[in-house]
Design a protein around this ligand. Sequence first.
Ligand code: ADP
Ligand code: ASP
Ligand code: MG
Length: 401
Amino acid sequence: MGLIVQKFGGSSVKDTERIFNVARIVTETYSKGNNVVVVVSAQGDTTDDLIAKAAEINPNPSKREMDVLLSTGEQISISLLAMAIEKMGFPVISLTGWQAGFKTNSNYSNARIRRIESERLQVELDKKNIVIVAGFQGINRYDDITTLGRGGSDTSAVALAASLHADLCQIYTDVDGVYTADPRIVKDAVKLDEISFDEMLELATLGAQVLHNRSVEMAKKYNVKLEVLSSLEDKPGTQVKEVIKMEKMLIKGVACDDDVARVAIIGLPDQPGIAFKIFSSLAKRKINVDIILQSIGRDNTKDISFTVPMSQKDAALICLEEEKELFKAQRVEMDDTVAKVSIVGAGMQSNPGVAAKMFEALFEADINIRMISTSEIKISVLIDKSQSRRALVAVHNAFDF
Ligand code: ADP
Ligand code: ASP
Ligand code: MG
């Protein structure tokens, strides 16, 4: 008995049958004597469909209006799920993000949760209601609707679990846990019984969309007990936690991200302060930079390339074009035909051969590496996007899971 937060993603609520399936899971948990808070995403492809609909009207809508539009998807889900639970004879109430007290900053389309004012939610729990909350949304200080970024309902769920001091946060999805690679692409991917917050955070950031990366960050910060499991099969999922079994696997997983672009600034003066100027300009505009490569200086010039998320490539280009004079660059280039493939594992810190093994697998698959970046627990390479799935499989095959 306790307080459990359960989150169901788009595929888990995609039609009437699935909504009743979710209602069954929720009411069973409630019938065992638990308080239950449920977070749901928009049904199926609703969010993508809404984005397409907006593009028909205006190819460049304001982010504020986009958030007003996208938040409607989750509002449909909460009401339908509440109606299903009502029909099954249980006490239930649905709350939008603002009713549930999600206060965010004003970064429309990628807002961060500042705090959750959970008094209303607590009142409903005290009345023994099952509380259904719209994921992915909140309001800013002007009472305008914001959304948390694609996949953000996971973060809504973990934030609620942290704020209500829930005993458990369960992320129900269409796979039965976290795998060593996307099981839809890599047939031999292995399900993990557990994974550490740090490894899961890297995997999520590097393209494994099974969890929103900020949800993992938050679960680690507030030590939320987090579990990923299937809404369609009743079996144990994956525990995401701080410390895991001592016998560490060398590599925990392989991830692939097609949504990246490479930017190159060519012909920069080879002198101190240039990298500082470039990356502080990008940071001021909140552009996330990942793999960075600087060429060796030649004829008093050098080149700097880096990757950015696809969604920020135009902003990065505009920033660099505007500031080109300041950096004294000859020209700026952009390439969006690239993808990033990464391996993640805390065990690689003390094992020197890991990078070589990854590069050998790519060589044998005849895949060219365009950039490399490493940290203590990950190695990422940039390759051609057309080869990303093949690379994911080849790299996964090179390691024993
Ligand atoms: P939801 O709608 O429930 O939020 P998502 O589509 O966001 O579901 O995330 C689940 C999907 O994540 C799976 O269908 C799977 O294809 C993908 N995925 C990518 N990498 C992994 C991984 N390492 N383990 C499990 N699933 C993964
Ligand atoms: N519906 C939103 C999306 O598709 C949020 C989510 O599913 O987590 O990105
Ligand atoms: Mg998701």
